[in-house]
Design a protein around this ligand. Structure first.
Ligand SMILES: [Zn+2]
Length: 158
């Protein structure tokens, strides 16, 4: 995740900050976050959407790290997407952070924070964090230019 934000990245971060950042679960232990991710990735719902993706390992970044990030472990999925990856969390083990980094692992490398990212993240938020979090995130996204029509001109497969 680059420190100099492009316009889409800045808009997406702002939307997340204004909606889902304070919502969802804060896992106290790494094992709890891992269990949640395993349950999600192992679910029929997930397999229907991202059948190529089989495992994400959750790890904590070192003390003092500011940015969460992720690390694909291969490029064996469709379009060079990874089938496995590592989610590296800076600070608290917050559900929106983990879902954000997981979303990166589901998209082609370098896909960034555009429409495809927002739609995949919306689907995960709806499924994992519930309908209220989904709607708050959706409307926060629509407040930013790159995402004005999100959820209107093509379906989100949540
Ligand atoms: Zn990101």
């Amino acid at each position: 995740m680059a420190r100099r934000l492009g316009p889409q990245q800045a808009a997406l971060y702002a939307a997340e900050a204004a909606s889902i950042d304070g919502l969802g679960i804060v896992w106290r232990r790494l094992a709890e976050a891992q269990q949640a991710v395993d349950g999600l990735v192992g679910s029929a719902w997930f397999a229907e959407r991202w059948p190529h993706f089989v495992r994400a390992v959750v790890e904590r970044r070192g003390r003092g790290a500011t940015w969460s990030t992720c690390h694909p472990l291969d490029a064996a999925g469709p379009g060079g997407r990874p089938t496995e990856g590592v989610i590296l969390v800076a600070g608290a083990l917050r559900q929106p952070t983990v879902l954000h980094e997981l979303t990166h692992l589901l998209l082609p490398r370098g896909a960034g924070h555009g429409r495809d990212f927002a739609e995949a993240m919306l689907a995960l938020v709806r499924h994992e964090m519930g309908f209220v979090a989904y709607v708050e995130y959706l409307y926060a996204l629509r407040g930013h230019e790159p995402f004005r029509a999100i959820g209107q001109d093509r379906a989100i497969s949540a």
